[in-house]
Design a protein around this ligand. Structure first.
Ligand SMILES: NC(=O)c1ccc[n+]([C@@H]2O[C@H](COP(=O)([O-])OP(=O)(O)OC[C@H]3O[C@@H](n4cnc5c(N)ncnc54)[C@H](OP(=O)(O)O)[C@@H]3O)[C@@H](O)[C@H]2O)c1
Length: 297
C-alpha cells in the first residue's frame, strides 16, 4: 500500500514508518519543516510538505494514498493541549472528507487518560459520559466518522517507551532530578499499562492492513505496572531516595505531571491480540527504564 503518515518524525510515528517500510509498504510522510523532510527522506519515506494546520496539504496527501496513519500531535507543551486538540480535530475532519466512502483506511491515535480509573480497560469500552472523555476528541471523532462512512480505526496507546521517548517517562526523570527524590503517590500501587514503541508500531500497521471500520485496538504489552516500581527504577538509576508523597502534596511535587503519577489505568489487549494476531516482543517498561539512554543528560 501507499500510506500517508502524519507525525512520522515523532517517537511513535517514526517507528510506524520503519515498520510500514519493512513490511513492503510505501510511505508519504507529513513534514512541517525542512528538518522533518530530511529525517523522513533518510528513513526511506517520501516527504510531503504541510502541517496539521494546513488542511489542503492533508487533503492532497490523502487523495494520493491508499490509507492514512495519524500520529501527529503537538506534545511539546502540555499547556497548549486544548489548542492542539482543536487543530487535530480539524485535520481529522479534512482527512475524513477525502476518505469517506472510499473504503481506504484511516488509523487514528488515542490514549487511556480518564478511562475508567481503577478497572482494566478493554477494547469494548467506550465512554458515553461527556464528563469522562476517552482521552481527547480524536477517538469519539473517529467513532462518528466510522458511522458516516469513513473506514476509521483507533489505536489506544498506554505509556509508550523506547529509544527516542520524550513524552511520558522522561518527564518523571526530570521531576526526580529537579526535586532530588524519586516519588510515588500514597502507596504507589496505581498502575500504568505500557508498550515498547516498535510493538505499538506493529499494531498500527496491522490495523491499517485489516481496515475494519470502527475497530478499536489496544497497543498494550503490559496490563499494569505499579507506578512505585517506575519510581524505584528511576531512583536507583539516578542514585536518589525513593519516597512516598501524600496525595494532597502530589500537585505541588509533580506539577502538570501529577495526573499520570496518580492515575490507575490498567488496560488489557486480549481482543487486539486475537483480532490482529499481534504479540509484543519488545522489552518491558522496567527493563527499558534500566537503559542508560533514558538518563543521558
Ligand atoms: N509517547 C507516549 O507515551 C504516548 C502515550 C499515549 C499517547 N501518545 C500519543 O501518540 C501520538 C504521538 O506521540 P509521540 O510521543 O510520538 O510524539 P512526538 O515524538 O512529540 O511526535 C509528534 C509528531 O507530530 C508532529 N507534529 C506535531 N505538531 C504538528 C503539526 N502541527 N503539524 C504537523 N506535524 C506535527 C511532529 O513533527 P516535527 O518532527 O516536525 O515536530 C512529530 O512528528 C500523540 O498523539 C500522543 O499524544 C503518546
Amino acid at each position: 500500500m501507499r500510506v500517508f503518515v502524519t507525525g512520522g518524525t515523532g517517537f511513535i510515528g517514526s517507528a510506524v514508518v520503519a515498520d510500514l517500510l519493512a513490511a513492503g509498504h510505501e510511505v508519504l510522510g507529513l513534514a512541517r519543516s525542512a528538518a522533518s523532510a530530511r529525517a523522513l527522506d533518510a528513513a526511506g519515506a517520501t516527504p510531503h510538505l504541510g502541517s496539521l494546520e494546513d488542511v489542503e496539504s492533508l487533503r492532497t496527501a490523502a487523495a494520493r494514498t491508499d490509507g492514512v496513519v495519524h500520529t501527529a500531535f503537538d506534545t511539546a507543551d502540555l499547556a497548549r493541549f486544548v489548542e492542539a486538540g482543536r487543530v487535530e480535530r480539524t485535520a481529522l475532519e479534512a482527512l475524513g472528507d477525502v476518505l469517506a466512502g472510499s473504503g481506504r483506511p484511516l488509523v487514528v491515535t488515542a490514549g487511556f487518560a480518564f478511562l475508567t480509573p481503577g478497572s482494566v480497560a478493554t477494547e469494548e469500552y467506550t465512554s458515553t459520559d461527556p464528563a469522562s472523555p476517552v482521552g481527547r476528541a480524536a477517538e469519539p471523532l473517529a467513532r462518528s466518522m466510522a458511522e458516516s462512512g469513513v473506514c476509521t480505526s483507533v489505536v489506544r496507546l498506554p505509556c509508550v517507551h523506547g529509544t527516542g521517548d520524550r513524552f511520558t517517562v522522561p518527564r518523571y526523570i526530570d521531576v526526580a532530578r529537579r526535586t532530588g527524590v524519586s516519588a510515588y503517590v500514597g502507596d504507589g500501587l496505581n498502575r500504568w499499562s505500557a508498550v515498547h514503541h516498535t510493538d505499538a508500531a506493529r499494531v498500527y500497521r496491522l490495523a491499517l492492513e485489516k481496515a475494519v471500520p470502527g475497530a478499536r485496538y489496544h497497543a498494550v504489552a503490559e496490563e499494569g505496572v505499579p507506578f512505585k516500581e517506575v519510581a524505584r527504577t528511576i531512583g536507583r538509576r539516578l542514585g536518589l531516595p525513593v519516597v512516598s508523597t501524600p496525595p494532597e502534596e502530589a500537585d505541588a511535587h509533580f506539577g502538570i505531571d501529577s495526573y499520570f503519577a496518580q492515575a490507575d489505568i490498567p488496560a488489557s489487549s486480549a481482543l487486539t491480540r486475537e483480532r490482529l494476531g499481534w504479540e509484543p516482543t519488545g522489552p518491558t517498561l522496567l527493563a527499558d527504564l534500566d537503559r542508560d539512554g533514558y538518563y543521558a543528560a
